[in-house]
Write a protein that binds this ligand. Structure first.
Ligand code: SF4
Length: 362
């Protein structure tokens, strides 16, 4: 290829010009000319980790109505925060979010530190979030590499090394492109490009501001990037979940320990979860003696590290039944207020459906 026909290298200016015309309007994003609110930027970044924008939007709006400022979030009881988070998954994030709000309120007079290093010192803020908040909220020349950015960069530079090994190289490439002016817009533009144009399947290369310098597009291999080291799937764990309804419709629940998987969230009582658990032995783990009935179809749920299969057992119990230690009966009308993660919502719904179809449903 002669020098005259060689494509120009990718330039931040082309991406920013595209962003000025096509930027997405998002509830946490400042409009052109507005000052971003670091609190909203931070909450959105925590919510968006591993979740889509479409899923986060309604949660974000409700969360902001309930906790409009970092001080309001810091002052809220932990149960309220967990409940507002229920459904988003990754509950350790909600605990860290709360701890971070308290740290900002107590040690920084309600103002987020405005540098990557300062943000890194707060609970629950890792490299990605610190970079994203520093760039977006404070226009610092910081790098925030998420899945969208990884996809764009590996395609643009045809980076063949699989993830996660290629992360340092991707970061280096972003740093090299980072413009001295408008680094916050650059970070958001990269995210928008990955989310709307350089999509995992059928990227719209014809509309891309970097279509000329893009190496993968030139080779026709866009959809093969990013390359990934295959993950080992975790072994399936098995267990049992017990949906017990009292005569007045109240359901037996308990709060999980604060630390560990789904820590601090609410569950219907369950057995241990293990690879060797046998559903036929589940009665041994029932929280009270009752006429337990096992549903024909077990509940399946996939956590990040392992799939789970739970046998669901249901029973009714008289009004004078006492909740075992560490458990409580929640009135039927108040079940929606409990911070159930999705897996236990599924168990509860399956159990209640089975109880409803039996004669003396509430
Ligand atoms: S040209 Fe296509 S593959 Fe390359 S960065 Fe743009 S959208 Fe992605």
């Amino acid at each position: 290829m002669s020098l005259a026909t060689q494509p120009q290298p990718a330039r931040a200016a082309d991406l920013l010009a595209w962003y000025d015309r096509h930027r997405r309007v998002l509830p946490w994003r400042a409009l052109p000319g507005e000052q971003p609110d670091p609190y909203r930027v931070w909450v959105s970044e925590i919510m968006l980790q591993q979740t889509t924008i479409a899923a986060v939007k309604p949660f974000f709006e409700r969360f902001m109505q309930r906790f409009p400022t970092v001080e309001a979030l810091a002052a809220a009881p932990s149960d309220d925060v967990m409940q507002a988070w229920a459904g988003l998954g990754y509950y350790s994030r909600a605990r860290n979010l709360h701890a971070c709000a308290k740290a900002v309120a107590e040690h920084h007079r309600g103002r987020f530190p405005d540098t990557e290093d300062g943000l890194r010192e707060l609970p629950g803020i890792g490299a990605y979030t610190a970079g994203a908040v520093a760039a977006i909220a404070f226009d610092r020349p910081a790098v925030a590499v998420d899945g969208n950015v990884e996809r764009v960069m590996t395609r643009l530079f045809a980076i063949d090394e699989p993830l996660p090994g290629s992360k340092p190289l991707i970061r280096e490439r972003v740093l090299a492109l980072l413009p001295p002016a408008r680094p916050g817009d650059f970070a958001q533009a990269l995210m928008d490009l990955g989310a709307t144009i350089c999509t995992p399947r059928s990227p719209a290369c014809g509309l891309c501001p970097w279509r000329d310098p893009c190496e993968a597009r030139a080779a026709g291999t866009q959809e093969t990037y990013p390359h990934k080291t295959p993950k080992k799937a975790g072994k399936t764990r098995y267990g049992a979940a017990f949906v017990l309804m009292r005569e007045d419709g109240a359901v037996l629940v308990r709060t999980r320990p604060a630390r560990g998987l789904l820590g601090g969230m609410v569950e219907v009582p369950t057995s241990e979860w293990s690879a060797g658990y046998k559903a036929e032995d589940a009665l041994r783990d029932a929280p009270v003696t009752a006429q337990w009935r096992r549903l024909l179809v077990p509940l399946r749920h996939v956590f990040t590290h392992f799939p789970l299969e739970l046998a669901v057992l249901v029973a009714r119990t008289p009004l004078d039944t006492l909740a075992p230690d560490g458990m409580r009966f929640t009135p039927f009308a108040r079940l929606r207020e409990e911070a159930f993660p999705n897996v236990f919502l599924k168990a509860l719904e399956a159990g209640l459906e089975a109880l409803r179809s039996s004669p003396s449903a509430p």
